[in-house]
Design a protein around this ligand. Sequence first.
Ligand SMILES: Cc1ncc(COP(=O)(O)O)c(C=O)c1O
Length: 306
Amino acid sequence: METASKNIVLNVNGEFIADPFAPSISAFDRSYLYGDSLYEVVRTYGGRFLYLEEHLVRLAKSADLCKMKLSKPLSFYAQECEKSLNAFNTLNAPKLTEAYCRLVISRGTGKIGFGTENILSGPTFAVIVQPLNPPTPEQWEAGYRYGVVDRWRNEKRALDPAAKTGNYLNSLLAYLEATNDGYQDALLCDSAGFLTEGTTFNLFYVKRDIIVTPPFSSGILDGITRRTVIQIARRMGLEVREVPFPKERLYDAAEIFMTSTIKEVAPVVEIDGRKIANGKPGKITRRLKNAFTEYSLARSEKEKKS
Ligand SMILES: Cc1ncc(COP(=O)(O)O)c(C=O)c1O
């Protein structure tokens, strides 16, 4: 435990916990009982958070979708994330280690029972900060091999994928099914057979230099990276279409890539065991990855000066 936890900072309800793997949240917390919680993952660039505000705005949307009342303003959670990042940076000083930060907010702790009258506390929160583990240059060049699983993405009328909640069991099972079949991760379709997204990432393909991605209305998470990449691509003069498509469209794509906070923009070179084009990262994927990193580093520098 000692080695595994030595780089991790855990802040539970404002208190730092010395042993992050020791119990610190009640078994009666609703996140544990029902997955009744929300979360966000944000990372650092040059040791500072970037896109934190966008993530907190999405958190507020998730709270609305889950009828969860946050007892504190978003600025409070931003401060708790900053406080935890400072502790992480101090722990790693003088070396600069980029951080992964996960903020989890649960509806609270209380007696068993769905009704909110059972809750005895206000919302509980935890901030976990640990070293960021992005793809290595070798992993990026090798690209990812994904499988489209049988399991559907949650329907919007079930648990709306637009809410980033602590209830990821559907995606987790999709991941286990795909990895069990030898793929590195899973893509999920909706009940009509249109692709939605991956377990923890958004999906794009390129054909005849046009970039295509499932629309937000298809029931996906409104990825911060997806949104930023679409803006960057359009600014670069590339055409981006947000339209539904079935999995067969991927098989003869010129390029496929995924986006997420941790992996930024990364190539997908195989789908369902079929090689995509020449099985190597495509040129638009590479341009977008470079443009996204450049944009993020520049924005981080600008925010540092202001
Ligand atoms: C289901 C799902 N889709 C997409 C994403 C990517 O979102 P972002 O770019 O905001 O990290 C995530 C990130 O965790 C996710 O869980």
